[in-house]
Structures are given as structure tokens and as C-alpha cells.
Write a protein that binds this ligand. Structure first.
Ligand SMILES: NC(=O)c1ccc[n+]([C@@H]2O[C@H](COP(=O)([O-])OP(=O)(O)OC[C@H]3O[C@@H](n4cnc5c(N)ncnc54)[C@H](O)[C@@H]3O)[C@@H](O)[C@H]2O)c1
Length: 255
């Protein structure tokens, strides 16, 4: 896949990628760093974060890493306090952290529901809640939330996941209305099927992948880099008049 990038698009901007250690978050983080951002990567997976940060540094990018569990308020508040201590601002917040539990509804336990909702939806709330007061003070900021085609399309055996992703989109829209007057843009990205650690068990299932192959007009499943361009577009000045959208990146699956 050929990627076109502008080395100075995010120059002097501080960008936080929550859930940036691997998969889609890693592709977005790498793209932001290549385009000049001072990147802060936050994740629960310390090993992958270290590895990804080393790759970004080797390419000449500016990156700092911090352990953060997005479902825990204290952890998120510590993260944002550290970033403000280092740089005094957050220009871009991209919330990517996410988990999935594929389970028949009648077998879904409260702990499964809480795990998915607490990471995907409460995590988005906590990170946005922690960064937005500073963005409001500076009257600028870009919020990008990782939603999904599942924000719209209710896939069977993914009740908590579908609900979390619909919620994330509505959070993005609410903040678009509420914080737009303060110079803050809030949008969501809706990937379709993208090959990552999260989707691999589904991709390995012959029944699942056969169904998907016929669903995607472009005739392939996506790669994390397919999402990096649309997500960084929404984080860039080019998207100053884009507010409250869900940008599907799904090869036409929902067309
Ligand atoms: N892969 C797909 O097909 C697909 C499709 C639509 C949406 N998405 C969404 O994209 C996002 C990224 O998914 P991915 O496919 O790259 O998965 P992934 O498993 O490769 O990456 C998810 C990242 O989130 C981190 N994470 C998980 N829980 C966390 C927590 N509590 N605190 C901080 N970090 C945490 C993980 O350590 C990991 O680095 C998710 O929100 C997912 O729902 C993925």
C-alpha cells in the first residue's frame, strides 16, 4: 500500500493516541509522528508500546509512551497531567483503545458486558473528559473517536460491542455540538473489517470470512494503514469545518 504523507502537517502539535500500541492505533500513531507531531502513546500493553515506540523513534519521530488503562479515571487523569507537564497542551486526541467479546447474547455475563463497555465507551468518556477542559481554555482541539461499522450495523453475538460503538459515535456527536463553539472538532471513524489482533479470531473463522468477502465491494479486508489517513485527516486543519461525522472506512460495506 502506498501512503502519501506531508512531513509537517502536525508540526508543533501534541497528539495523544489512546490505545496506540498496535493495530489501528499504531498505524495512526506512526502516521502522526511521520507528519511531525509530538506523539504521546498510551496503552495497557507495555511490551507492544515499547516496540512500537522504538520503530517510530528509529524513523525519526518524536514519541513518548505512558501506561494508561482508559477504563480507570485515575489512570487517565495521571496520563493527561503528565502530558500537560511535558508540553502544556494537547492539540489532538485520538481514542482508539478497544476490546471485543464475541458471545451469544444469552451467554453474555455482566462481566463481559462491563469489560467491553468500560473500555470502549467509558474509556472514551474518561479520556475526552480529561483533555477537553484544556482544549476549551485554548479554544482549539481535535477529537477523533474510533467507532465502527458496528455503530450502525448490529452484528449478531456482539451486543456489548455494538452498543459501545453506537455510544462512542453519539459521544462524538454530542461533543461536536457542545464544544464546536470553543473551536473543538469532534468526529468519529468507522472502520469495517481491518486485519489486526482484535479481528484475527474472526478472520480465522471460515464461515465469517466467507460472508465478509461478499459484503465488501472493494474485494478485500482492510489493513490498519487504510484507517490512518482518514483518522489523521479528521485530526488535521483540513477538517476544520468537519464536525460530528462518522467517516466509514469499510471498502463500501455499508454502501
Ligand atoms: N479491527 C477491526 O476490524 C476493527 C473494526 C472496527 C473498529 N475497530 C476498532 O478499532 C480500535 C482498535 O482496534 P484494533 O483492531 O487495532 O485492535 P488491537 O487489539 O490491535 O488494538 C487495540 C489496542 O487497545 C489497547 N487497549 C485495550 N484495552 C485498553 C485499555 N483498557 N486501556 C488502554 N489501552 C487498551 C490494546 O492494548 C491495543 O494496543 C478498537 O476500538 C476497535 O473496536 C476495529
Amino acid at each position: 500500500m502506498t501512503t502519501h504523507f506531508s512531513p509537517r502537517r502536525f508540526q508543533d502539535q501534541v497528539a495523544l493516541v489512546a490505545g496506540g500500541a498496535q493495530g489501528i492505533g499504531k498505524a495512526i500513531a506512526a502516521r502522526l509522528a511521520r507528519e511531525g507531531a509530538r506523539l504521546v502513546m498510551a496503552d495497557v500493553d507495555r511490551d507492544m508500546m515499547r516496540k512500537t515506540a522504538a520503530e517510530i523513534t528509529a524513523e525519526g519521530g518524536s514519541v513518548r509512551t505512558l501506561y494508561c488503562n482508559v477504563s480507570q479515571r485515575r489512570s487517565v487523569e495521571r496520563l493527561v497531567a503528565r502530558i500537560l507537564g511535558w508540553y502544556g497542551k494537547v492539540d489532538v486526541m485520538i481514542f482508539v483503545a478497544g476490546v471485543v467479546r464475541g458471545l451469544p447474547f444469552v451467554k453474555t455475563q455482566e462481566k463481559d458486558w462491563d469489560y467491553v463497555i468500560d473500555t470502549n465507551l467509558k474509556g472514551a468518556f474518561l479520556v475526552a473528559r480529561a483533555v477537553t477542559p484544556h482544549m476549551v481554555k485554548r479554544r482549539r482541539g481535535k477529537l477523533v473517536f474510533m467507532a465502527s461499522t458496528n455503530s450502525w450495523d448490529a452484528e449478531a453475538e456482539l451486543a456489548a460491542y455494538n452498543v459501545s460503538k453506537a455510544g462512542v459515535f453519539l459521544l462524538a456527536k454530542t461533543l461536536a455540538r457542545e464544544l464546536g463553539p470553543y473551536g473543538i472538532n469532534s468526529n468519529a471513524v468507522g472502520p469495517g473489517l481491518i486485519r489486526t489482533r482484535l479481528s484475527e479470531p474472526f478472520i480465522q473463522d471460515p464461515k465469517f470470512i466467507k460472508k465478509y468477502e461478499t459484503l465488501i465491494p472493494v474485494g478485500r479486508i482492510g489493513m490498519p494503514e487504510d484507517v490512518a489517513g482518514p483518522a489523521t485527516f479528521l485530526a488535521s486543519r483540513d477538517a476544520d469545518f468537519v464536525n460530528g461525522v462518522l467517516l466509514f472506512v469499510d471498502g463500501g460495506q455499508l454502501a
